[in-house]
Design a protein around this ligand. Structure first.
Ligand SMILES: Nc1ncnc2c1ncn2[C@@H]1O[C@H](COP(=O)(O)OP(=O)(O)O)[C@@H](O)[C@H]1O
Ligand SMILES: [Mg+2]
Length: 243
């Protein structure tokens, strides 16, 4: 049995308009039926452009976490990130304590988060003691995950693997799995077959038909990576031949 979620149990969209972005994205539409989030680790995989970021970002806004990445204390925006979906989301929470910390990480805008952490001043202990501008993108992100993320926190991560080596992904997987056991909750959009292997995760795949629960072995990134690694040269040969 998968342990229940400490904070968020489900999300549902109400009163969605019919036409235009993001209402016509099938995964967004599927939220009208409600999405079970009742697990310490919820993972969304699915091809590019299927709505993962739209959903994770809207959830972050609805929860009051900065839409460009950061914690509840960060209020900055370097581009228009307002997502119209947030106001239609209805989140069901578990009765009990609120998260002691929350953080939304968009890998693509982590640079801006690093700038904001510097601008706010104060101790950098939560971030490993060094400004993220003086670390590589991957190092900075692992600093954040290792030093800032903690038990009892709620973390929304959008493609956190972007800056990480395979080794770094394994390190992040260990952080997520350990903290999930210690009362944290993670909602993660990812293409990483490594991160998707997180034990007891509730996994979904977004696609043209909406959102569906998926087993690890059936998830797109896992199947495709397996096929590729089984015989890379043959795979590449077929790929090029089919052009
Ligand atoms: N601000 C926007 N305005 C219009 N369309 C957008 C916007 N952001 C994303 N889209 C489109 O919405 C769809 C879902 O995007 P996104 O949620 O970023 O997908 P994913 O994260 O799964 O790759 C894509 O077709 C994308 O091009
Ligand atoms: Mg995305």
């Amino acid at each position: 049995m998968r342990p229940p979620a400490p904070f968020l149990r489900s999300v549902r969209a109400e009163g969605l308009p019919g036409r235009g972005w993001p209402w016509e994205v099938p995964a967004v539409r599927a939220l009208e039926d409600g999405l079970d989030l009742d697990a310490a680790v919820v993972m969304l995989c699915g091809d590019n452009g299927t709505g993962k970021s739209t959903i994770v970002e809207a959830l972050a806004v609805e929860l009051g976490v900065n839409a460009e990445g950061g914690s509840r204390n960060f209020r900055f925006a370097t581009r228009e990130t307002a997502t119209p979906l947030a106001e239609h989301l209805v989140v069901t929470r578990r009765a009990g304590p609120r998260p002691v910390d929350s953080f939304f990480l968009r890998a693509e805008t982590y640079f801006n988060v690093a700038t904001e952490i510097e601008r706010l001043g104060g101790p950098l202990d939560s971030y490993g003691g060094t400004s993220a501008h003086e670390r590589s993108h991957g190092e900075g992100f692992l600093d954040l995950a290792t030093n800032r993320f903690g038990p009892g926190g709620l973390y929304l991560l959008d493609e956190p693997e972007s800056a990480l080596s395979v080794h770094g992904c394994l390190a992040l997987l260990a952080v997520i799995a350990d903290l999930a056991k210690a009362g944290a909750q993670f909602i993660v959009a990812t293409h990483s077959p490594i991160l998707l292997a997180c034990p007891d995760a509730l996994r979904y795949e977004t696609g043209p038909d909406g959102i569906a629960p998926i087993e690890y072995d059936d998830a797109g990134p896992v199947r495709l990576t397996r096929d590729f690694l089984a015989d890379p040269q043959r795979f590449v040969h077929h790929l090029l031949a089919s052009d």
